[in-house]
Design a binder for this molecule. Structure first.
Ligand SMILES: [Zn+2]
Length: 349
């Protein structure tokens, strides 16, 4: 495929995003606007100042600014506006389905009602399906910098809102927070019928990936790149079909990997680990959303047409979408495959 056709082919692929933190899509302009209307003091008066502060030396340096951004949110409308801005932005690309982390724990601990958060987000999801044909699942995401008891309290509060929440995730810094601390939490989440995933092996050791699989029984692994030094754990990911949600631009900007080719993308592809590419916290990483992540991987690594088809197929297979949504995504992918004659030209079924 010539470079121009290939770039169009990658754009045309139906995107499925499974690792995007809602609060990480807060663009500086909206942070200023919501802070103003809610009378929240933040140490910035302009979007430019926030952009200037968005240069990070580590995951922790990012988290410090990121959690400051969380403090502006108070009302149901704020959450609607936040997720709506994401939908509007990604609708200009080719995002078809997403499952979004929302970090209610920070907000609820500040006194915001969980119901306001969930219903504000849900209203926008309904509208996005109508207006853009984008489907969205909401993942209530627990934060490791709070104690496990606080996570359990939040999960119990979330039970009556179960129908609006597709799964439970866990993020924030892994430092000093081994998966073994959260076994009861994940058992409880699974008993409620929620899907479960967790950040593991972003900065944490390879054992955190293994323990998240074996102790927490995660269905997907967010980042998971820490497993790269342990072929046995990479094999475990492949054998158990635990898909890895990779965030190529995030990993480079937070100095987790030296560059995109230095991430384990090639290693995991060769080991037949399921994986997909995602934007993580796009507004804090130079407004690089999912399309920009796909383009960056192609620019730096030049994956084959077969590998690109696999990435999107994996993303569909890894998603927790209902059967009808999944069927529609599959049809769209099959449509792109037919348009570019991948069977005739490359023997890709
Ligand atoms: Zn993340």
């Amino acid at each position: 495929m010539d470079p121009q056709t290939k770039s169009q082919f990658i754009k045309d692929l139906p995107k499925v995003e499974l690792h995007m933190h809602l609060e990480g899509s807060l663009e500086p302009e909206l942070m200023i606007e919501i802070a103003k209307r809610n009378n929240v003091d933040i140490p910035f008066t302009s979007a430019e100042q926030i952009r200037e502060a968005s240069v990070f030396t580590s995951l922790q340096s990012f988290l410090d600014l990121y959690y400051l951004g969380h403090t502006v949110f108070k009302t149901r409308q704020d959450f609607y506006d936040l997720i709506w801005a994401y939908f509007k932005r990604v609708a200009t690309g080719n995002l078809r389905h997403c499952e979004i982390f929302f970090e209610a724990q920070e907000h609820v601990n500040r006194g915001v009602k969980l119901e306001d958060i969930v219903l504000g987000l849900h209203d926008a999801c309904v509208q996005a399906k109508k207006e853009f044909g984008i489907t969205c699942g909401l993942i209530l995401t627990l934060l490791r910098h709070f104690p496990p008891e606080n996570m359990m309290e939040l999960l119990k509060q979330a039970v009556p809102l179960k129908e609006y929440i597709v799964g439970i995730g866990m993020s924030s810094s892994e430092a000093g927070c081994p998966p073994s601390l959260y076994v009861d939490i994940f058992n409880f989440a699974r008993e409620q019928g929620w899907h479960v995933t967790s950040h593991a092996g972003e900065i944490g050791p390879p054992e955190y990936v293994k323990d998240s699989i074996e102790l927490l029984k995660i269905e997907r692994c967010d980042h998971g790149i820490g497993a790269r030094t342990r072929p046995d754990i990479v094999k475990l990911l492949a054998e158990k079909e635990i898909g890895v949600t990779m965030c190529p631009i995030s990993n480079v900007l937070l100095k987790v990997t030296e560059s995109i080719p230095y991430s384990p993308i090639r290693q995991y592809l060769d080991a037949n680990v399921k994986m997909c590419f995602n934007s993580d916290d796009p507004s804090y990483f130079g407004s690089n959303y999912i399309d920009e992540n796909y383009a960056a991987v192609e620019k730096e690594m030049g994956l084959s047409v077969r590998e690109w088809v696999k990435i999107v197929q994996d993303a569909i297979d890894m998603s927790w979408a209902e059967d009808d949504v999944r069927g529609k995504l599959q049809e769209e992918l099959d449509g792109v495959k037919a348009k570019y004659k991948v069977k005739e030209l490359y023997g890709i079924e």
